[in-house]
Design a protein around this ligand. Structure first.
Ligand code: AMP
Ligand code: MG
Length: 403
């Protein structure tokens, strides 16, 4: 049951795409919605722009008046942003207009200040204009009643600005899913204890809590489960009261890797038990008692990467958001290398801009336990299964490292 990266990702999408519908809704004031997910479609309350809006400082004119140049017009008034011109602009006339002001009736374009010379009420135009030049037409962005944001859209600063534009001071959003986190391993100790030389501090819980919060979930950190079935089962049962359960460690082939066995004893259905990726190959995804669960490999880089690839989109779907798959960008490879893996690899790397182009190079890395190496990286270079030889200058995929 080892799936390719793409197949595993589409399995997560398929299994969870209906889950968001069950998410509860709350109403929150607009200032508090950054990063949250919209629970209803939002429609325009009026036309946008609500009037033909000038995009320049200049003169509102009738384009036909400037067909033959030079042309002289009579200036009959001024309109500023926040005002409107009461009369109609007649043939041969113009009105001084500021950026953001409504185009007066009768005018159909704006001539930029730069192409004019004013002498009292007379305006000399040195250029012609197309109809609606320097004007954004009424309703060209949206008509009253048009959908401007769909249900499921994650709200960032620009979406919040749009909500403000259409007058939504209160916003219906989905409640964030609660995500339980259980680290496992007899060698794992809490941060507040000095570790024996053979023990390892529980870093994964810290990484995962931060990732869950960044993904739009509410992290719920449970105790460290030892590599014994009974206490592990108890913690898992407790964690199943959350919307999603994450376990770290204990999913490899070792004698004391008990997570899958304990989940199976609890009646788990597994959708996959292994993905052809590195790091993170032993990743497990399934469902127990109506709750989705991920068993993340315990190596800290594996935990981090498998979360970004699969758990982040899962939390988004659980929270009612649209599917938000990891997006690969492209950069040119600096130093060549050779790779023969037959799986999708994510290698810590650094991208920067050289001669106006993104250039990427691998960083020194000791494998999936090496958070020191990953700290020096700002992205992962993505090696696809069919790729083996990488020459300097090749365009390659990179996955930005989340901040
Ligand atoms: P496992 O997946 O349980 O075989 O663990 C793989 C490696 O990851 C081992 O070297 C563990 O010590 C390490 N590891 C497991 N869980 C954690 C954790 N919570 N924090 C830091 N390292 C961990
Ligand atoms: Mg372990």
């Amino acid at each position: 049951m080892t799936l390719s990266f793409q197949l595993a990702l589409s399995t997560v999408r398929e299994k969870l795409s209906a889950a968001g519908a069950a998410a509860a809704v709350e109403v929150v004031s607009l200032d508090g919605v950054r990063g949250r997910v919209l629970a209803t479609d939002v429609v325009a309350d009026r036309d946008y722009p609500p009037f033909h809006r000038s995009t320049r400082d200049g003169y509102a004119v009738r384009a036909a008046d400037l067909a033959a140049l030079p042309a002289t017009l009579e200036c009959v008034g001024e309109v500023r942003a926040g005002e409107h011109f009461g009369d109609k602009v007649a043939p041969g006339q113009c009105v001084s207009i500021m950026t953001g002001a409504p185009l007066p009736a009768g005018a159909d374009a704006v001539l930029m200040l730069e192409y004019t010379r004013r002498d009292g009420n007379h305006l000399q135009a040195s250029r012609s204009v197309e109809p609606f030049e320097n004007v954004v037409r009424r309703a060209s962005e949206a008509s009253a009643g048009d959908r401007v944001l769909p249900r499921g859209r994650r709200l960032g600063p620009s979406e919040m600005g749009l909500l403000a534009t259409v007058g939504r001071a209160q916003v219906e959003i989905f409640r964030e899913p609660r995500v339980a986190i259980i680290p496992t391993g007899d060698e794992i100790v809490p941060l507040d204890l000095p570790p024996e030389w053979f023990q390892i501090r529980n870093s994964n819980a810290v990484t995962l809590c931060a990732q869950v919060a960044a993904a739009g979930g509410i992290p719920w950190r449970l105790g460290i489960a030892p590599d014994r079935a009974e206490p592990l089962r108890k913690l898992i049962e407790e964690g199943l009261s959350a919307d999603l359960l994450l376990l770290s460690g204990g999913v490899s082939m070792g004698k004391y890797d008990l997570v899958e066995q304990v989940l199976a004893d609890l009646g788990a259905e597994f959708f996959f038990r292994g993905v052809a990726i590195r790091p993170g190959k032993p990743l497990v995804f399934g469902r127990v008692r109506e709750r989705f669960i991920f068993g993340l490999p315990g190596n800290p880089v594996s935990t981090f990467v498998t979360f970004e690839l699969f758990v982040r989109p899962a939390i988004a779907l659980l929270g009612g958001a649209e599917f938000e798959p990891p997006v690969f960008l492209r950069a040119r490879l600096g130093k060549p290398f050779h790779q023969r893996l037959g799986l999708t690899a994510f290698m810590p790397a650094r991208v920067d801009v050289q001669n106006g182009e993104p250039r990427v190079n691998l960083v020194g890395y000791q494998g999936s336990g090496d958070l020191v190496g990953v700290a020096a990286a700002n992205c992962f270079l993505v090696v696809h299964p069919e790729q083996t030889d990488f020459a300097a200058g090749d365009w390659v995929d990179v996955l930005p490292k989340p901040s």
